[in-house]
Each structure stands twice: as C-alpha cells, then as structure tokens.
Design a protein around this ligand. Sequence first.
Ligand code: SF4
Ligand code: SF4
Length: 378
Amino acid sequence: MSLTDDIKEFALDLGYSKVGITTADSFNEYIEKLESRQSMYDFYVEDPRQPLLGAEPKKLMPSAKSIICFVWDYAQKSFPESLVGKIGRIYQGRCYNAPPHRVNGARFQLMQDFLKRSGCEVGKGINIPERWAAARAGVTTFGKNNFVYAEGIGSFVLLGSFIVDEELEYDKPTLEVKCPEGCTACMKACPTQAIYEPNKLNPRRCIAFNAWWTQDGKPAGLTSHIPHEIREKMGTRVHGCDVCQEVCPRNQAQLKANLPPDNFLITLAQDFSLPKMLNMTDEFYATRIQPLMYNYIKERKYFQRNAAIALGNLGDPAFIPDLEIAMHDPEELVRGYAAWALGKIGGRPAKQILESSNSRETSESVKEEINMALSNMR
Ligand code: SF4
Ligand code: SF4
C-alpha cells in the first residue's frame, strides 16, 4: 500500500468524511482576490496568523511538498431546537479549535501522530486557505455563499489540513462553483445583504463576523462596537449565523435528515437561555458556556453583549428585569448593550430604568447608548 493510500485509509478510519491531497504550491488566485479586497479584509490580512504568508506554504516550510486536506461532517447528530438560531451549528459541532482533550482535538492529534510515525515532517502554525486547499484537493466545491460543499454532505463541514514534506499522489482539483443555475437563495436570504455579489462577501455586514470579530484588541482597529443597523438584523444569533446555508438547496437533504440526538448538546442547551447568558457569573461561564464555546469568543462580556442584543431584538417586556440587572454589570460593554436592548423593547418601565441608570452612570460610552435609546423612545 502506498503512503498516500495509507494516509487516506487512516483518516477515514478515524471518522473523517473525506480526505484529498494537493501540492504545497502557492494559492495565487486566493492571494490575488484577498489583495484586491484588502480594504474590506484589512482585519484579516493584519491578523497575527498571517493568511497571506500562509497562502505560500513553501515560504514558511521550504521542505513542504503536499497538503493533506480532510473534511469532517459536524452535523451527524441533530441540533437541539433551542440552540438553532442562537448558536451556529459549527460551534455546536465542537470542532473549531478543539483542544486535544475533546474528541475532535484528539482525532486531529491522532492524525498528526500517524503522519509523524509514517516518517513525515508536519508543518506547524501555517495558516493556509483551507477552503481553497480542500477544493484543490478535490474534496469540496464552492457555493455562491462562500462556503464549501462536500459531495453527499453539504456545507456543514469542518476543513482541516496537514502540510507534509512527502511527495504524495495528488487528487484532481474541483475549484468550481457548483450551484444550480440561477440560484441566488443565499444572497436573497442574508439578513444584512452581506453577500453583495456571488462569491463576494462584505465581512463587516456579516452577522457571524459581527458576533465574534468585534472584540477589543483585534487587528485593523476593530473594536467591540457593533453598528446599530447590524444589531437589529442579528435577531437571536449569539454566535454564528447559518441563514445562507439553511436556505441552500445543496443542504436540504442534510437539514431534512432524521438524525440521532446529541446528548451532550441536550445537557448543555438549557444553560444557553438568553437571560442566563446575559447575567452570568465567571463560574457559570467557565462551567456551563465554555465547554461548548471554546471557539472564537474568548471573554464572557462578548457573550453577554450578544445576549443583550438578542433580548432587545425579541422585544419582549418580560425580559426587562433581566436587562435591569445587566444595567448594574461591572462591564460597561454589557451596560451599554443592555441600554440598547431596553430602548428596543421600549415602554414606560424600560424608560424609567434607562433614566435612573443615566443618573448614576459614569461611562461616557454607556451614557451615549442610554441617551440614544431614550431619544428613540420619544
Ligand atoms: S452568515 Fe448570515 S449574515 Fe453572514 S453572509 Fe451568511 S446569511 Fe449573511
Ligand atoms: S443558496 Fe443557491 S446560490 Fe447560494 S450557495 Fe446554495 S445553491 Fe449556491
């Protein structure tokens, strides 16, 4: 058996859904596209993971010859109804940035150990464009919504890769958009019109981007501020947005499949109630939220902010007492967004809370949110 066959067999045996192999050559088309949209993607280009450099793997690993790309179908079990529309399926799938003591992290580790045992040097910390690599390795095609689709699965997939110094047998690239002719369902359904042309996304309008990139200290001057116009479109989405994948005909078979329950998710789901998240303690965050949410949002306050937005968008006065508690939160970010949410819910009780909060508030940014909320109520 060749090393290529051996690697593919081991990956499939571990549970990966597909595995393909491509060269370690540069991703020139990706580089061109990213550079031509640099002003929109400045935060990404300037990210410490250096995506432009990662697109030329041999610059970071001169011995690199092959990229082994795998696809993991993270939707093999059903997602609790109470979490859908609140937490993106990929985060519920627990596969992004999974630590080695979790099943997806352990699988990745086993694969890496296997490659090393097989005599491969394995590249470390090289941020290759995974979607382009997977398509070049023949395991996915593109959708106009910018997601990749694996044949027979759909777009609810995690991509991963290993760069190795061995020359392997390469698969036929499938670098193509394979959407049914004339379909624009994803573009029409996007709540913020973030997909402004087929295969072109304005990240700053994307809900998924706004839910997690907007953290203080990110590159290109990104802050924790989410524009008012986007907040209103976020609905109850606390982390991630699946709308442009949910409406996609290429995902309907997967979405309609009768899947077994995910008992882990069922156990945690009750703790993802919006009021609980809004006013959670450090302990609740560490013991109830982080076991599922070890992905991109690293601090409690950002979940609280997003929960406040979701409660505001629900517009239900029953949540006013929860938001009143949040107006006393030590984090000004939480107080500011709770004020916005109270303004969205409106009515006399919400107004009274905003007025009394304003009289004791010391943060200028929170006062600004309060005054804006009050002026919108008049
Ligand atoms: S993830 Fe949501 S906001 Fe972003 S492009 Fe898709 S539908 Fe639009
Ligand atoms: S909704 Fe239609 S256009 Fe968009 S990715 Fe799916 S098939 Fe392609």
